[in-house]
Design a protein around this ligand. Sequence first.
Ligand code: MN
Length: 327
Amino acid sequence: MQGKVALEEHFAIPETAADSMGYFPGPVRNEVAERNADIHGRRLSLMDQYGIEMMLLSLNAPAVQGIPDKARAHEIARRANDYLAEQVVKRPDRFQGLAALAMQDPDLATRELERCVKELGFRGALVNGFSQLDGGDSIAYYDLPQYRPFWAMVERLDVPFYLHPRNPLPRDGRIYDGHPWLLGPIWAFGQETAVHALRLMASGLFDAHPRLQIILGHMGENLPYGMWRVDNSNAWIANRNKWPAKKPLGEYFSANFYLTTSGNFRTQALINAMLEIGADRIMFSTDWPFENIDHAANWFDTCAIGENDRLKIGRTNARRLFKLGNA
Ligand code: MN
């Protein structure tokens, strides 16, 4: 399929380049580092080759979220955003930007998002899970009350917020002790991000700000497979699930979330996601440079779905959500 839009696509700046390297064995590390540093070279030729018209670019992970010093986190976010804006200006027909934000300081994050959208023309934000604070030991999830003014700004600017994975801190990830292979994209990323998304749903955030739109990668971090049970576990026990939100969580999932295919190129999983959230709320992505553009495109271009759905998922949903025009 020609004209695809992809939106979980990363780059690194020198200050964050080392962050993503832990998952890649020696020889692959150089390959990933080169991919991460490139925007207009090999990346663009692969986009041409595999029918990707546009990438929305975001900083690698955990990057800003893993910097406990608020001022330093904000400085790296600004540096990355300014660099990204310079790259987008060179090829605005092929690249657009998603903001990195130092959520360690909700007020700074709010102002940086506003700057990125209004001054740099970015289309939204991508944040790598919880933020570390106070020397790195305390962490903040974005359902907490101090983030409500931030979310009000996201809603006011009418831009989507991509909740991207990171690993739990070692002290919170003891279930993985002795099994380091479970960390990262294999399992821990999805687990961590799905719980964060459920926290947002249950907190009442979407009652207060019903127009917010959150994007989850990797075909929804396993949530399409689990949302029914979240609302219906032990349904024979009256009033069992107590949360501040006013509705069953599946209703927020269907109204306030989009999913992407990043790193999860599996037709069975896509069809399950289409049955749960609908083809209007799924968007093509690859997760370059950590996954491969050819794997994503070769699968998506031929997977057994209807052509109207392929067009929506591959292109028009993203163009509508990010206001990229109707072409
Ligand atoms: Mn990613």
